[in-house]
Design a protein around this ligand. Structure first.
Ligand SMILES: [Zn+2]
Ligand SMILES: [Zn+2]
Length: 97
């Protein structure tokens, strides 16, 4: 299991047919909701590395190696002091997509 969370390799995708958004591991060929293959990467969403929630804003670590939706998920993998150290090195921050 990845130390940053079990959803580390997941990305958010948008379906152009049903309008839904879903998460999947690397290059799915179909929408999980309706089965259409008319899908794109959802540029304005990320997947929380810990809980798998789709999010519009959250923590980013190491240029996207890990994302967290909340302090609760963040603190499953990093102590507050570790976050502050990473933040001070520009390795972690909170943002909106
Ligand atoms: Zn769909
Ligand atoms: Zn989360």
């Amino acid at each position: 299991m990845n130390v940053f969370g079990k959803y580390v390799d997941y990305l958010a995708y948008h379906c152009n047919d049903c309008g839904g958004t879903f998460l999947a591991r690397l290059d799915p060929d179909k929408c999980k909701l309706c089965g259409s293959n008319n899908i794109d990467l959802a540029e304005n969403k990320r997947v929380c590395s810990h809980c798998g929630k789709l999010m519009n804003d959250g923590y980013v670590f190491y240029d996207g190696e890990a994302y967290y939706c909340s302090d609760k998920c963040l603190h499953q993998h990093f102590f507050e002091e570790e976050y502050i150290r990473a933040f001070n090195n520009d390795d972690a921050y909170w943002t909106e997509w």
